[in-house]
Ligand binder design. Structure first.
Ligand code: SAH
Length: 217
């Protein structure tokens, strides 16, 4: 079956699973996932499952990405921080909807590979940084101090404080929290300077590796 047809089926599957945000569904119908998976996995690109990418990392499961994006309540004017560029697939989906995406990846080869795919796709609203995303967006262009939306696509042992600091008033942060194989999808909203937290079921992400842990190892 042609990739376009497979993509249409995936969007139907997401809709049937309860994804109702039309902007999210439209983004999935536009971004060719086959470009972001390893060549040997291309035939599985439209299965609703995570797939391996280089350096023992994964491209997330489409339904989980869609659920996280729905929780973010994305608006066209939003500036979004993504922690964990990985394959670049989620950055592309976000860039289809919002004004700008700032994406951080700690593994340089992954960031460079993602840039190689994303730039020819014409995404001039994505900015890249290589480093520890748990520290937020620092020493990077554009010099944003805060974001309307923040998405962490790796599992954090606890809520990353620096990211909460970089969340704008009225903003939303979505992050998997937990140190085991299964984590809890957690949503934080900043309202009148206060943080409101809610949990949204189980999920399974690769761990968020902070520089601090790297030094301990
Ligand atoms: N959004 C990605 C998912 C990639 S998996 C996609 O659509 O493909 C999570 C990624 O987070 C991995 O590439 C991993 O290297 C990265 N990561 C882990 N800890 C990190 C950290 N502290 N800062 C930035 N990236 C991190």
């Amino acid at each position: 079956m042609r990739y376009e047809d497979q993509r249409r089926l995936l969007v139907n599957e997401l809709r049937a699973a309860g994804i109702a945000d039309e902007s999210v569904l439209r983004a999935f119908s536009r971004v060719p996932r086959e470009l972001y998976v390893l060549p040997e996995y291309r035939e599985y690109a439209y299965r609703n499952q995570p797939l391996p990418i280089l350096l023992s990392q994964t491209i997330s499961q489409p339904l989980m990405i869609a659920i996280m994006m729905e929780h973010l309540e994305l608006k066209p004017d939003d500036i979004v921080l993504e922690v964990g560029t990985g394959s670049g697939y989620q950055a592309a989906l976000l860039a289809e909807i919002v004004k700008e995406v700032c994406t951080v990846e700690r593994l340089e080869p992954l960031s460079l590979d993602a840039q190689k795919v994303l730039r020819p796709q014409g995404y001039d609203n994505i900015y890249y940084r290589i480093g520890d995303g748990a520290q937020g967006w620092q020493k990077a262009y554009p010099p944003y101090k805060e974001f309307q939306k923040i998405i962490v696509t790796a599992a954090a042992a606890e809520i990353p404080v620096k990211l909460v600091d970089q969340l704008a008033e009225g903003g939303i942060l979505v992050v998997p929290i937990g140190s085991g194989a299964c984590q809890i999808l957690t949503k934080l909203s900043k309202q009148d300077g206060r943080i409101i937290t809610s949990t949204h079921g189980g999920c399974a992400f690769v761990p968020l590796v902070t520089d601090l842990e790297g030094r301990k190892a």
